[in-house]
Design a protein around this ligand. Sequence first.
Ligand code: ATP
Ligand code: MN
Length: 464
Amino acid sequence: MQRTRIKELLQSTAYGSTVCVKGWVRTRRGSKSVNFIALNDGSTIHNVQVVADTDKFDAELLKLVTTGACLSVEGTLVESQGSGQNVEVQATHIEVLGTCGADYPMQKKGQSFEYMRQHAHMRLRTNTFGAVFRIRHNMAMAIHQYFHEHGFYYFHTPIITASDCEGAGQMFQVTTQNLYNLEKTDDGKINYANDFFGKATSLTVSGQLEGELGATALGAIYTFGPTFRAENSNTPRHLAEFWMIEPEMAFYDIHDNMDLAEEFIKYCVRWALEHCADDLVFLNKMVDKTLLERLHSVVENDFVRLTYTEGIEILEAAVKQGHKFEFPVHWGIDLASEHERYLVEEHFKKPVILTGYPKEIKAFYMKMNEDGKTVRAMDVLFPQIGEIIGGSEREADYDKLLARIQELDIPMKDMWWYLDTRRWGSCPHSGFGLGFERLILFVTGMQNIRDVIPFPRTPKNAEF
Ligand code: ATP
Ligand code: MN
């Protein structure tokens, strides 16, 4: 008999009809005469209640109905009185597809997220992680939908790259050489000539440079793919492997770029409110009681826009008034998360877009402002998260870009193709990068980035 997903079953009013549901047991309780089994199949946060009259079933079979076991149930759909749902299933036939012993690590309720990380292969079956990963899927759909509706093309940039000049972070090397017997050149360096690509290669830290090639041909593109950073940042906001969305647009200046970032992120949050209501209500209750309020607030309010210099002034004033930061504040610093969060959470109580950063702390490709000191960078700062987006208007002038490349000693052998965009038909253009997991952190109210990607990769951790 055809299985009905629990999500659809719970909407049904076909009382009296025979149905089949399959899923994993969340709980079983009951009396001598009747058992109540809460069954979940991952299609929704909600369980369906299966009612089993004990005189209709073999006692040995019912003993196998333990938390975590997998069942196939046939029965009659009936109107429910006590299950919290409209319907329940009066079981006529129960088959145990997979038993589950007491050593099942997700047996107990209320385990810490830290504990569940040790069992990340099984945590997916819990209510919280089910909710998080259904929302993660929905956010991916929202992103594609937004860009598709707005005339952006999904553009695939390479994961293996030979340019190590992006400067966004330490890179993981890619090689097929025998690491026990590395070929060296006469001057003692590693000889990549016989390596797979004939040169040193790594995993990409960003698709931006290739994205610019796409934007200056197709008009507007976005990437959405994995990125890798080998920096040893053991924080709740950094992964070694994360997913990034990078739109890149011809003919956009920094203001258009900010408008896009704000509209886009609001679209995603609104999508979550519309499409993930049940999961959000659950997370709001169990994980973070201010989640829904925060999501609505982001959708309903304009983001604050100010310059880095103004931001520093606010932070300096806070220090004067006695606010203690771990790291010192003065013009020129790269803002720490505590500074970003002060601006967003304490001062403005709204998302903030900071622009006009000192050129020294930003990448070489950003367009210089008239002052010669700051660049047209923009970081979008979010409550609870800090930086969620980093972007800029790109330097479109060949001579200025080349001068900056030389000033920073970036190897030209890697950059010739990038500079060609400025040689032939250069145009003003802009783009940004949104960390997908940081968006999921925001939308779910989870605290640790390791808990919003199914199988996190962090320093000293590549299990599963
Ligand atoms: P941060 O200062 O937080 O380390 P960044 O300035 O190095 O970030 P960018 O190079 O600007 O990051 O990358 C664009 C976006 O990618 C960031 O705004 C952030 O949302 C996300 N991101 C960057 N590094 C990581 C990481 N290690 N793990 C998860 N997301 C990241
Ligand atoms: Mn950044």
